[in-house]
Design a protein around this ligand. Structure first.
Ligand code: TRP
Length: 336
């Protein structure tokens, strides 16, 4: 595909807590592959993280760690724009403009807002409420065609589309209307190891429920050994009857690159103990190079700052063009 006509992909993750194996297999790994075909922007959405109270030193650390992890997983700043949301002022600026095209009722319907305001009853701030508008601004600022996101972000993406369509309808073609890219081929939906009908979430209470990308090998083995299975004692792929076993098989396949048929042949007539151990080993083999790259990148804060500064420069250039068009359409006199 011609470099200049590649469709644009935008995605972001919040710098809160560490990433899980589920985040990697379900999202990050696809982002890395997308760099081949798309014009990609990957953003550390630090402004979104502020909707929940953060400790400054911890937040700063999380931001650099997530950047180092992006790089360690294979996001290549030579091919993609890797940047920090707060470095590009246009995100917050466009969010204000888009807020005037968003109805209270639309925000009130967002299930994530309902959940989060339950979890943070003492701090139901306006940012938590307008969070989806900032997300719409992130996406629309770059004329994004495709947004790889998890199922849980689908509703936010729908809103971004509605806002774009509404604006275009009122002021003429301005924004590209983005499409979600959810659960594309080859994406593993990794489940909670203790409760394999739920997705593996970084906010799960039990440590045993989730494998973190930076977990040490012995910890990974321990978590898989304690993974919940069933009492049937046969290794089959029966998602509804044996969700724990299906999850282990999915993870083994995703980590080794082998198919389900190959997995079933490989584990035929074996016991759960072997499935657990080999899955842990496959995951450790997958994580080990990521972890060593992470250690090196994370130790080099100067390099991380340079990468982010350059990414911000590239993002700003693109964002400025779109902002110029938006203010023009709205009737705000331009700055130059
Ligand atoms: N809300 C997303 C999440 O929590 C993160 C995010 C912010 C995002 N802006 C985005 C994802 C733009 C995709 C595109 O997962």
């Amino acid at each position: 595909m011609n470099l200049t006509t590649r469709p644009t992909v935008f995605s972001g993750a919040q710098p809160t807590g560490q990433l899980t194996l589920g985040n990697y297999l379900g999202a990050m790994r696809t982002w890395v592959q997308m760099q081949e075909q798309y014009d990609c922007l990957f953003c550390v959405v630090d402004l979104h993280a502020l909707t929940v109270r953060q400790e400054p030193e911890q937040l700063r650390n999380n931001i650099y760690e997530l950047t180092a992890l992006y790089l360690a997983c294979g996001i290549d700043p030579e091919r993609s724009v890797l940047f920090l949301q707060s470095h590009v002022a246009a995100h917050a600026e466009l969010a204000w403009l888009l807020a005037t095209f968003t109805q209270m009722g639309e925000l009130e319907r967002m299930t994530q807002f309902k959940d989060k305001s339950q979890q943070h009853k003492h701090n139901i701030n306006a940012g938590l409420f307008t969070y989806p508008i900032l997300m719409a601004a992130d996406i629309l600022l770059y004329q994004t065609h495709k947004v790889p996101v998890g199922e849980d972000q689908k509703q936010h993406l729908e809103l971004a589309r509605d806002i774009a369509i509404r604006f275009n309808g009122l002021y003429g073609p301005t924004f590209q209307v983005p499409e979600p890219l959810i659960g594309t081929d080859g994406v593993a939906r990794v489940k909670d190891l203790q409760n394999p009908t739920k997705k593996m979430s970084k906010s799960a209470e039990s440590d045993l429920a989730k494998v973190m990308l930076l977990d040490e090998p012995a910890v990974v083995v321990k978590k898989f050994k304690k993974a919940v299975t069933d009492t049937l004692g046969v290794i089959r792929y029966e998602e509804s009857e044996q969700p724990g076993v299906a999850n282990l098989l999915n993870i083994w396949c995703a980590a080794t690159g082998q198919s389900r048929v190959e997995a079933l042949a490989h584990f035929d007539h074996n016991q759960y103990g072997k499935l657990k151990l080999e899955t842990a080993e496959a995951v450790n083999a997958l994580l080990s190079p990521i972890q060593s790259r992470f250690q090196a990148f994370n130790a080099d804060r100067e390099m991380l700052r340079r990468v982010l500064a350059r990414g911000a420069e590239q993002a700003r250039q693109r964002a400025d063009q779109v902002m110029a068009r938006v203010v023009e359409q709205l009737g705000l006199p331009g700055r130059s």
